[in-house]
Ligand binder design. Structure first.
Ligand code: DON
Length: 231
């Protein structure tokens, strides 16, 4: 956000804690507040070609600039999927996920990946292609998009736009988008002892649904200004 970084008001604010009389302890110096420059860099594509072949791809750097190693001569970063391994028992990764022995950094173990590129079939025929970025919330978002179509009879676009909520065991709280649950449902859940954390947006689902007449309906997530295109 070049304009924001060069804005005189922003710069003045950044200068405020510079003292010419005494050294400022580094602990007291924090970054400036600007719009998000980088995301955690995961993206998803759902594709169906003219022959009816389907592809669901979720790909990630898994945090800002991945593991910060640029491949010389190739121009891309290596990802930071190592963060999805459990570094030690009870220690959460960047998404708050707590792994177990099965996810230790030793041979033959697996990372706690949530990435869920999904192709759904119905009676052996292609029914839906779906996926999303979102770290630990990915499985939830994909599941809710499928449920919205199958159980709540939404169109693909409606299913993608519908508000989302998420729980991942630890941290023990329900994350939800604004109006992700009605006030009355939230009240009942509070009574049962649930805690909430609101989040601007959960996921960025892009999906394709095969309609009964075999036409395709794309669902592009308005959260990311995404787009569905056809042929
Ligand atoms: O494999 C995983 O589950 C994660 N590393 C995915 C990362 C991700 O979705 C970051 N997101 N926006």
């Amino acid at each position: 956000p070049q304009q924001m970084l060069l804005d005189p008001g922003y710069l003045e604010d950044r200068m405020k804690d510079i003292s010419l009389k005494a050294a400022t302890p580094s602990q007291k110096i924090k970054e400036g507040k600007v719009d998000v420059i980088e995301s955690v860099e995961t993206t998803h594509f759902s594709i169906v070609d003219t022959e009816g072949n389907a592809v669901a791809i979720t790909t990630t750097l898994n945090s800002y600039f991945g593991c910060k190693v640029m491949v010389k001569g190739a121009g891309f970063f290596l990802n930071n999927e190592m963060d999805d391994f459990s570094v030690k028992s009870g220690f959460p990764n960047q998404f708050g996920l707590v792994g177990s022995k099965a996810n230790e950094i030793t041979p033959e173990k697996r990372m706690v990946s949530s990435m869920t590129p999904t192709i759904v079939e119905k009676d052996g025929e292609l029914f839906m292609v779906v996926g999303t970025p979102g770290g630990a919330t990915i499985i939830t978002s994909v599941f809710q998009a499928i449920l919205n179509v199958v159980d709540h009879q939404m169109s693909m676009q409606e299913a993608v736009e519908a508000k989302r909520f998420h729980h991942q065991w630890l941290p023990d709280r329900i994350v939800l988008e604004e109006d992700g649950l009605s006030a009355s449902v939230q009240k009942k859940l509070v009574k049962l002892g649930h805690d909430f954390e609101s989040r601007g947006q959960i996921g960025r689902v892009d999906a394709i649904l095969v309609l009964p007449d075999k036409r395709l309906e794309g669902g592009a997530d308005i959260r990311g200004g995404d787009q569905a295109v056809g042929f």
